[in-house]
Design a protein around this ligand. Structure first.
Ligand code: C5P
Length: 231
C-alpha cells in the first residue's frame, strides 16, 4: 500500500470551485480523497469522475441504508465512476451489505466498507435508540456481521481500531475518521485519536478533514499530518 495513500483527505465543502481549489493546492501531496453527501449533492458525479481522471483514488462516502435493490444500484453507479471505496451502514443488516458486496463484484478495485457506530455517538446515544450494549460492543458486533457479509472492511473510530484489527484479521480494511493532531482540539469527535496512533494500532487508512481543509495553508497542514506519522 502506498503510504501516501493511507491518508485520505475529506473534501467536506458545499461547492465545486472550493473543492477543486483544494485539490489543486494539495497537488501530488494527496492521492486519495473522500467525497461525501454534501459535495456529491453540490457538485455531482462529474466532479468524482474528474478526480479519478486526475489519477486520484476516491472514497465515495454514500453511507447507504436502503432496500437491497437500491443499495446495489447505487454501488453499480459508484463503481462505474471509478471510485475505490463506498460505504454502507451495517446497522441496515446482512441483506443490504450482501447486496452491496455482490454489486461491487464487477469492479475489481471497488471496496465495500461498513459503517459501524458513527464516531460522534456515545453509549448514551446508543441507549436512546434502544441499544443497551456499549459502543465498543456494538462496533465489534457490527464489524463481525460486516465481515460475514463479505464487506472488505469497516469505518471505525481511532479507539476501536485495536479491537477491530484483532477481530477482523490482517486483510480487512479499517478506515478511521475522527482524528486530530496532538494538541489540536477535537471537533465533535466523541472518541478521538491521532492519525499516528490509529495507523500504529492497525488502521489501513485515516480520514483527515478540517485539520487540513480549514487550515490557512492546507498543504502545510497535510505535510504536518504526514510528518506526525514518523515522529
Ligand atoms: O472531523 P473531520 O473534519 O476530520 O472529519 C472528516 C470526515 O470524517 C467527515 O467527512 C466525517 O464523515 C468523518 N467523521 C466521522 N465522525 C466524526 C467526525 C468526522 O465519521 N466524529
Amino acid at each position: 500500500m502506498d503510504p501516501n495513500n493511507q491518508i485520505i483527505v475529506a473534501l467536506d465543502c458545499d461547492n465545486r470551485p472550493t473543492a477543486e481549489d483544494l485539490v489543486d493546492q494539495l497537488g501530488d501531496e494527496c492521492g486519495f480523497y473522500k467525497v461525501g453527501l454534501e459535495l456529491l449533492t453540490a457538485a455531482g458525479p462529474d466532479f468524482v469522475k474528474q478526480l479519478v481522471a486526475r489519477g486520484k483514488e476516491v472514497f465515495l462516502d454514500l453511507k447507504l441504508f436502503e432496500i437491497p435493490n437500491s443499495v446495489a444500484g447505487a454501488v453499480h453507479v459508484a463503481g462505474a465512476l471509478g471510485v475505490s471505496m463506498v460505504t454502507v451502514h451495517s446497522m441496515g443488516g446482512t441483506g443490504i451489505m450482501t447486496a452491496a458486496v455482490d454489486a461491487a463484484r464487477g469492479f475489481p478495485d471497488l471496496r465495500i466498507l461498513a459503517l459501524t457506530v458513527v464516531t460522534s455517538m456515545t453509549d448514551e446515544d446508543l441507549a436512546d435508540i434502544g441499544v443497551s450494549d456499549s459502543t465498543e460492543q456494538q462496533v465489534l458486533r457490527l464489524a463481525r456481521l460486516a465481515g460475514k457479509a463479505g464487506c472488505h472492511g469497516v469505518i471505525a473510530s481511532p479507539q476501536d481500531v485495536l479491537a477491530l484489527r484483532s477481530a477482523l484479521g490482517s486483510n480487512a480494511l479499517i478506515v478511521t475518521p475522527g482524528v486530530t493532531l496532538p494538541g489540536e482540539t477535537p471537533f465533535e469527535h466523541a472518541r478521538p485519536g491521532t492519525p499516528r496512533a490509529a495507523l500504529a494500532e492497525g488502521a489501513s487508512h485515516v480520514v483527515v478533514g478540517r485539520t487540513v481543509t480549514r487550515a490557512p495553508d492546507p498543504t502545510a497542514a497535510l505535510r504536518l499530518v504526514h510528518a506526525s506519522l514518523v515522529v
